[in-house]
Design a binder for this molecule. Structure first.
Ligand code: FO1
Length: 317
């Protein structure tokens, strides 16, 4: 069972399905980034995971589909419509399909399974919850559009502001009354290994852990839970994880990540560049495993997935 957020997760998942048969893999995915735009329900992380596992992901952007065209966005721009969030012509079919199915009473889990099957993702893709959970961030600095102290939706922060504004607080609206999606708790309880992908601890794993019951289910299997640090030599490989950690009072380092994950994960895989920090990771209560964690190719990803799995499966024997 993999706990997955956005881009970093997709890379590791591509390796995971080379290390074990895809049919044996379940991905529990963040939905805190979801938004309704043009009346369409968009689930970025569910789509990134599904597209990546189906081998049809756009490798340049890290999101959306390969070989995409943008005729609708161009036309919408000509009309003066919203085009800041780029929805490709092929990607739009996903959002049209999802929105119509939800409108007819299907759950997000059902629609996600249909989309994964239709695209040939072979892995079980589970939304963390079928109830709405939305990541919202309070800006620590004003911008030309929003005053300091304003709370904005995730994609406003991540795309419109290019996550280039310091953040004072993050919350997951709806988490308190959200139920784990169908199969989520069972996937954690029954897994031989649970891998927390190198996703942003604050805004990709955070929403997942905020769904009541998930954190407890993980803590109950802590010796089988291995996380891969998204921070290498103090920096995030992609996205705002390092800045968010510091802005919210944490340390942007492998030990800083260990301090956040120690309550529910027993092992942290850290990059070779952070080997000297293994002692400090262990001082935070997590076992440190040193391995190459920068995934440039699917083979890198497979090697990292193998190292992560072995670290908990060997220990369990
Ligand atoms: N990210 C961007 O930086 N700009 C975009 O225009 C954009 C559009 C987009 C459309 C569909 C989708 O599934 C993802 C998209 N993303 C875009 C990425 C998205 O903001 C992130 O993947 C997640 O929300 C965080 O991992």
């Amino acid at each position: 069972t993999a706990l997955a957020g956005g881009v970093g997760a997709a890379r590791l998942l591509r390796g995971l399905v080379r290390a074990v048969p895809p049919a044996e893999v379940t991905a529990v995915v963040n939905t805190g980034d979801d938004l309704v735009l043009h009346g369409l329900h968009v689930s970025p992380d569910l789509d990134t995971v599904t597209y990546t596992l189906a081998g049809m992901d756009n490798k340049e952007t890290g999101w959306g589909l390969a070989g995409e065209t943008w005729r609708v966005m161009e036309e919408l721009e000509a009309l003066g419509g919203e085009h800041w969030f780029r929805l490709g012509d092929r990607d739009l079919a996903t959002h049209l399909y999802r929105t119509a199915r939800l409108h007819h009473g299907a759950t997000l889990s059902e629609v996600t399974a249909e989309l994964a099957r239709a695209r040939g993702a072979r892995v079980r893709v589970l939304p963390m919850s079928d109830d709405p959970v939305r990541t919202r961030l309070t800006l620590a600095q004003g911008t030309d559009r929003w005053a300091a102290g304003t709370e904005v939706a995730f994609q406003d922060y991540f795309v419109r502001l290019a996550h280039a504004v310091p953040v004072a607080a993050v919350r997951f609206d709806g988490a308190g009354s959200a139920r784990p999606g169908p199969g989520v708790i069972e996937a954690i309880a029954a897994a031989d290994a649970i891998v927390a992908c190198p996703s942003n601890p604050i805004v990709s794993l955070g929403p997942l852990l905020a769904v009541p019951g998930v954190r407890e289910a993980l803590a109950a299997r802590r010796s089988r839970v291995v996380a891969v640090s998204p921070i290498v030599a103090g920096a995030a490989l992609k996205g705002p994880a390092d800045r968010l950690l510091v802005e919210l009072g944490h340390e942007s380092s492998a030990p800083g990540v260990a301090r956040l994950h120690a309550p529910w994960a027993g092992t942290l895989v850290i990059d070779e560049r952070d080997a000297a920090l293994a002692g400090r990771v262990e001082a935070e209560g997590m076992r440190a495993v040193v391995a190459p964690t920068v995934m440039r190719t699917p083979l890198d990803a497979a090697a990292l997935a193998g190292a992560a799995l072995r670290s908990v499966l060997d220990a369990a024997r």
